[in-house]
Design a protein around this ligand. Structure first.
Ligand code: FMN
Length: 240
């Protein structure tokens, strides 16, 4: 099994997203899986120009010469694509959106009806990777992921595939806190991520135990809410 992860955090290797993806891939590697972690912030990815050259002039190939040529190939040859990003303004950061927009050469422009009777583009490839979505956000409630959850289900439908798992972590910034006080809950969560990677490879699905562990907040919601406000007060009082 080939697993390709695409990390859309603008913070690259210093992001919570990076830690989450690394743990997932560590769990998956060695279980007959070949894994690769693409840090999109280190790549040259232009905005889609909207020229439809990839459909009409050079079918299947974008006219822009940048790292998306390699990344598109990496995605389409994977069995599982991990799409990972922090929540920005209730959705994906612009970096991830640029990456997603640039995937349209993977489809043929013709219209067809999907099994629900809705229009979509015809497949260009025999198979498309199944998706695992990993995200983290600043607020403490899981409801903040409503938009991305819907967004990626729509993307999967249009891309002739499905979303195998969605892993959402609230208050994810705590993963990158240097304080030793953060170590126990950080390690607990990353262990569950590692288990998720292993289970995904071995069973193609997560156990309920792992799903539950990944849904558990790092610390109780009220403590986090109050702690964040105290942290902001402290930082802002020094910046005056
Ligand atoms: C521009 C911007 C927009 C954000 N929007 C949201 C948001 O809508 N909801 C939320 O809960 N967190 C939001 N956040 C917080 C990030 O999701 C949070 O800091 C996250 O832990 C960053 O993850 P990373 O370290 O993987 O990049 C936003 C952060 C930035 C910089």
């Amino acid at each position: 099994m080939r697993i390709a992860a695409f990390n859309g955090s603008p913070k690259g290797r210093s992001s919570a997203t990076y830690l989450l993806v690394e743990a997932f891939l560590e769990g998956a590697s060695g279980k007959n899986a070949e894994v690769v972690h693409h840090v999109l912030s280190e790549k040259d990815i232009s905005h889609c120009k909207g020229c439809f050259g990839c459909w009409l002039r050079t079918p299947g190939r974008c006219v822009i010469k940048d790292d998306m040529r390699e990344l598109t190939k990496e995605l389409i040859t994977a069995d599982l694509a991990v799409l990972a990003f922090p929540l920005y303004v209730d959705d994906v950061p612009g970096l991830m959106k640029d990456f997603l927009d640039r995937l349209i050469p993977l489809l043929d422009p013709h219209f067809e009806r999907d099994p629900q009777g809705e229009s979509r583009h015809v497949r260009r490839y025999e198979s498309y990777p199944r998706l695992v979505i990993i995200s983290n956000c600043g607020f403490p409630e899981r409801s903040h992921f409503q938009v991305v959850s819907h967004h990626f289900r729509r993307i999967a439908r249009n891309m002739h595939t499905d979303v195998l798992e969605e892993i959402y972590l609230c208050g994810g910034g705590m993963l990158t806190m240097p304080s030793p006080l953060a170590a126990p809950f950080k390690n607990r969560y990353l262990r569950a991520m590692k288990r998720a990677g292993r289970e995904m490879c071995e069973k193609g699905v997560l156990t309920e135990r792992t799903r539950k562990a990944l849904k558990r907040p790092l610390i109780p919601e009220r403590l986090y809410f109050e702690g964040v406000n105290r942290g902001f007060d402290s930082i802002l009082s020094h910046s005056k």
